[in-house]
Every structure is written in C-alpha cells, then in structure tokens.
Design a protein around this ligand. Structure first.
Ligand SMILES: [Zn+2]
Length: 447
C-alpha cells in the first residue's frame, strides 16, 4: 500500500466517516417493503408542524395524511419561498447553505442540516459497498468533474485539496473540452491507474471520443461511475469500449442527494431509505406501469429544509417492479427519458428528443463541439467550434437530417464560435429546445 493509501485508511477515513457509521447501520436495517415508509411519514409530519410553507397543507386533524395532498415543488418555489421552506422550530446549528449547479438555468440556494449531510455521504458509501462492490474510501480514484479554477476563477480551497489528497482522489477538470485538457486527463489516469473513475457522463464520453480519435491507450479501471447527467445508451457503449470497464450510473441531485443507482444487472434501484421518489403526470398523480412521467423527489432526512415532491426535471418510466437478480429489494426506475428541456417542439406539433441532434452531428468530423439552439419553432441554430474549415457538403447533409425530424420548413443557421460556454458546474448541454431557450431569454431580460 502506498504512503498515501496508508494515511488515507488510518486517518482520513476514520475521521470523515465516523458520523456515517450510525446511518449505515440504519440503512442495513431498513426494509424497503414496509409501507408507508417510516422516514416519509415523519418527514411529512415534521414539515406540517415545523415549516411555515407546509403548514398551509395541514389537514387540521394532526395526521400527515398522504403525500398526494402536497403540491409539486419547483425550483421557482425554492427561490420564491426560500425563507418559508426553512424549519422555524429547531436550532440552526449545523445548517449549511448550498447553490445548485444551475444546469437547468438559474442557480438555486438550498439548505442542508448536519443529519442530511451524513445521509448523503452514507448513501454514497452504501451504494459503492453494496451495489458496486468497492470500498469508496479504500481505492485510488480519478474524478472527472468541472474545474473550479476555470469556472470560478479561483483555486479550490485548501481543505478541499487536502481532503481529495487523503481520499486518494485526483480531481480533473473537464470544462473547456480542449485537446490539452483531454490529454492531461489521459496522462493522469495512466499514471494513477485508478480502480474507480467517477465523473460527468458527457465529460467521460468526450474523453473517450478523444482517446478513440487519437488512437491512445488508456488504463482500464475496475468500474466507471457516471453522475450528474443523463447517460445515453450510445455514450455508455463508447465509454465502456474505450475504457474497457463497466459503467454504472449514480443518479442524484445536489438538493436532495443520491436518489438511485445502477446495480450489476443494469437496473436503477431507488434509494428509498434516503429519498422518496415518484413518477407523476401533469396533474401530479402517479403514472401507471409502463408510462413515462416526471420524477419528483422528497428528501427524507433534511429537517432544516424538507423538499417534498420536488421536481428534478427528469422523465422516467414507471416499471413493472420485479425481483432483481442482484438481490436488492429496492424498487427501480424504468428508462430515463432525458431532461425535460431537451424535447424539441416542431411546427407540426411533434416532439423531438434532443439526443437526435447529437446523433446527427457527432459524426461530422469538421465539428469539434457544438450546441444546438432552437430559437424559433422553425429555426435551429448550430453553434459550433470548428475542427476544420466548414465543408459545404456535410453541412447540407446535416441540415437535411435535421429537417427530416423538425419538418421541411425548418431553417438551420451555422454559427462558428471560438468556444462554447460551460454552464455553471461545467455540465454541457448539446441541445437547448425552444422552451428552454425562451426561459433563458426571459431570465436574462429580467435580471
Ligand atoms: Zn439490481
């Protein structure tokens, strides 16, 4: 074992994870089949009694009733009701404020208490131990994330750096998607030889493309865990091929923590001990088995600021719940349909999934990176960083393929740019649909 590994195991791990041991024991004793979920019951009860925003939904007889009596909660509520969503009956000791990545637009502030913090950490530990088969704290890993230096213009603070060093983690930025950045990433992976690579799905996919295009050799980890973005099937296939390792998707949001994670059989198990999740229709009612709906989540351990039926802007299918061969009794999500904003409305009233454009453009080798923006119902703008001078033929070919799904009347504008701006956490969108574009315009107009 390396010196760094020894220090990590004997000092860092003990200090950092002491507080999660109790939570891990609770998770081990949690029975997913118990209904109603006792954590959910106490969350609803406490919210009605202790949180100004939720008091209005009290039935008056003191019982929490069912979760359906609560309306859906959006990012707008979080912004506008920020004060009223906070518990006004308990001490604010150990509360911490956070901002979200704003991958859907506006950054939002929210609060976690110390218990929520421990549950987030413990749930991650539990996932790696029980579903990935790896001790998160015992293995060298490389994290491919957004670079805070580039995004915020400042260095990561010292405690963060020490923490990463001691956890045997190397954190690499994938922010600008330049060849220099990619080649540095590959160099560090090959030098560190991590057992685990964690990172944003899109970043890993772009690095895999870079490795493939440049015919490089990269160290194969035991497993790759993607987070924070939808892992599309074709992205997964390429990442697995290039890194010669299985990819698992860990699903969560910063507001509520980890929601679900993929097991060795590829099913997305819902962490019902940490977050209650529902798949609902426009009216907020649960969809039937086989139907697609919006994912809404309820944090079960954040008494400081409980979020109940919070919309995370993802779509998923409600699957027929059957026993998973992996042995876990946690229920599962069906397929994820992608970010809601990624559906493009057409003049004819159809909806086109944004990933379709990704398919059209990813094979155009004269484009290094791109962002497709629907600025009008019949106008698509392709902002792209050119890899070579723009040839006429392929532009025409791509336009035809875009019209095929968007309609004959759809126009396409090609705008070469030097660089595509990352969103705040360095997550990249390759497609912005008309509703998302209009929402963005409205925000920048009112700010
Ligand atoms: Zn399973």
């Amino acid at each position: 074992m390396s010196m760094r590994g020894w220090i990590s195991r004997n000092f860092w791990k003990r200090a950092r994870y002491r507080a999660t041991e109790e939570v891990l024991r609770e998770i081990a004793h949690f029975n997913p089949q118990t209904t109603p979920n006792p954590y959910l019951l106490s969350t609803l009860q406490q919210a009605l009694e202790e949180v100004p925003y939720y008091r209005q939904f009290s039935s008056g007889n003191g019982s929490p009733g069912s979760i359906e009596q609560f309306p859906l909660l959006t990012r707008q509520h979080l912004q506008n009701q920020f004060a009223d969503l906070q518990n006004d009956q308990i001490s604010r000791n150990g509360w911490r404020g956070h901002g979200t990545s704003g991958s859907m637009g506006t950054p939002v502030a929210f609060i976690h208490d110390a218990i929520q913090h421990n549950w987030v950490r413990a749930t991650e530990m539990w996932y790696y131990q029980n579903m990935v088969g790896m001790d998160l704290t015992d293995n060298p890993r490389v994290i491919i994330w957004s670079s805070s230096e580039l995004l915020w213009g400042n260095k990561m603070d010292l405690s963060n750096r020490i923490n990463l060093y001691l956890s045997q983690a190397d954190r690499l930025g994938a922010t600008l998607f330049t060849p220099a950045e990619f080649s540095e990433t590959v160099r560090v992976i090959n030098r560190r030889r991590p057992k685990l690579i964690q990172g944003y799905a899109r970043c890993l996919y772009e690095i895999a493309r870079y490795i493939q295009a440049n015919n490089l050799r990269v160290h194969a980890p035991d497993v790759i865990v993607t987070t924070a973005e939808n892992l599309l099937p074709e992205m997964r296939a390429l990442i697995e091929e290039i890194f010669r390792a299985p990819v698992r998707d860990l699903y969560g949001t910063r507001e509520v923590g980890f929601i679900a994670g993929q097991c060795s059989h590829g099913r997305m198990h819902r962490f019902t001990f940490n977050v209650h999740s529902e798949i609902v229709n426009d009216q907020g009612n649960s969809v039937a088995v086989g139907e697609t709906g919006e994912v809404v989540v309820t944090s079960l351990h954040n008494r400081a600021m409980p979020l109940i039926r919070y919309s995370v802007s993802d779509m998923a299918v409600e699957p027929h719940q059957t026993n998973c061969p992996c042995g876990s009794r946690l229920p599962t999500f069906g397929d994820f349909g992608g970010r809601m904003g990624d559906y493009f409305p057409t003049a004819k009233g159809n909806m086109v999934y944004g990933f379709h454009f990704f398919r059209i453009l990813r094979d155009e080798n004269w484009i290094q990176s791109f962002l497709i923006v629907q600025t009008k119902i019949d106008l698509i703008e392709v902002r792209y960083v050119p890899a070579a001078s723009t040839p006429a033929g392929p532009t025409h070919r791509a336009e035809e393929r875009i019209r095929l799904v968007m309609g004959e009347e759809c126009r396409v504008i090609w705008t070469p740019v030097d660089q595509l701006p990352p969103t705040q956490a360095g997550k990249r969108h390759y497609a912005i649909s008309l509703p998302s574009y209009q929402a963005q315009q409205k925000r920048s107009g009112t700010n």
